[in-house]
Write a protein that binds this ligand. Structure first.
Ligand SMILES: Nc1ncnc2c1ncn2[C@@H]1O[C@H](COP(=O)(O)OP(=O)(O)OP(=O)(O)O)[C@@H](O)[C@H]1O
Length: 246
């Protein structure tokens, strides 16, 4: 994306953002209201940009036809995703495969594979409304990865997962090949465990981009936090806040 602008009403939320992503896991950190979900919705082509340009898999997203082509390559797990409660887990993921134009002859196999990857194969026939919160989140992850998208957008995917499930989620993400993953989280340990590249978003712009080790290196002697990465993150936010106040 180049010079991307996004907002609501008179309010600008993303202010002229440039971002190029390749294969790997890109972590997006930022406080509440920083614009992470707004950025995800724009990358997922749910909301057209107000300004600037967006290119997905080498094609600029402009016309309705280019949006449709882009969506075939995008797996998106929104922060609050919806589903038909009476659908079975299998039908929910299969429906998402259909929405993404996964070829008909591949859709059943892709659905089964996605359910296996999130360890829900044995619940395939259960109704969505009968699942626990963590299982619903795993079904959502399956709906995002079904059909092996090239761009995977995961907005706070680990919310509601228990510690064992979070570890399984990490190994699932590590097992993905040839995918650009964008992962937003409030848990810096997820970033430390998964990301090669991390950015801190605040007030609609990036105030940091680098490796998790670079971010940890930004910690100052008086920074808050229980780990080097948390202290680095808090230091970056503190510096951004002071700069904005000047
Ligand atoms: N539909 C909307 N209409 C108007 N303003 C909105 C809308 N959605 C989000 N906003 C505003 O845009 C800003 C960015 O919100 P966004 O949800 O993108 O932040 P976020 O970084 O995802 O926050 P969180 O960590 O709480 O999920 C916030 O000030 C929010 O109030």
């Amino acid at each position: 994306m180049t010079g991307l602008v996004q907002g609501y009403g008179n309010r600008q939320v993303i202010r002229g953002m440039d971002l190029v992503l390749g294969v790997g896991v890109f972590g997006l950190l930022g406080p509440n209201g920083a614009g992470k979900t707004t950025l995800f919705r724009t990358l997922a082509t749910v909301t057209p940009p107000r300004g600037g340009s967006l290119e997905i898999c080498g094609e600029e997203v402009l016309s309705e036809a280019s949006v449709r082509r882009a969506r075939r390559n995008i797996g998106y797990l929104p922060q609050d995703f919806t589903f038909f409660p009476s659908y079975s887990v299998y039908d929910f993921v299969r429906y998402c495969a259909w929405l993404r134009d996964v070829p008909e002859r591949e859709a059943d196999g892709a659905t089964r594979l996605a359910l296996e990857k999130v360890d829900l194969a044995d619940r395939a026939k259960a109704r969505m409304k009968s699942l626990s919160g963590g299982m619903v989140r795993r079904a959502g992850i399956a709906s995002a990865i079904v059909g092996a998208p090239r761009l995977l957008l995961l907005d706070e995917p680990t919310v509601g997962l228990d510690p064992a499930q979070r570890l399984e989620f990490r190994s699932l993400i590590r097992s993905l090949r040839d995918v650009a993953v964008v992962l937003s989280t409030h848990l810096v340990e997820d970033v430390a465990a998964l990301c090669d590249d991390v950015a801190v978003l605040t007030d609609g712009g990036f105030v940091f981009r680098g490796t998790p080790a670079d971010l940890a290196g930004r910690a100052a002697a008086d920074s808050f936090g229980d780990s080097p990465l948390e202290r680095g993150y808090m230091a970056v936010l503190g510096q951004a806040g002071r700069a904005a106040a000047v």
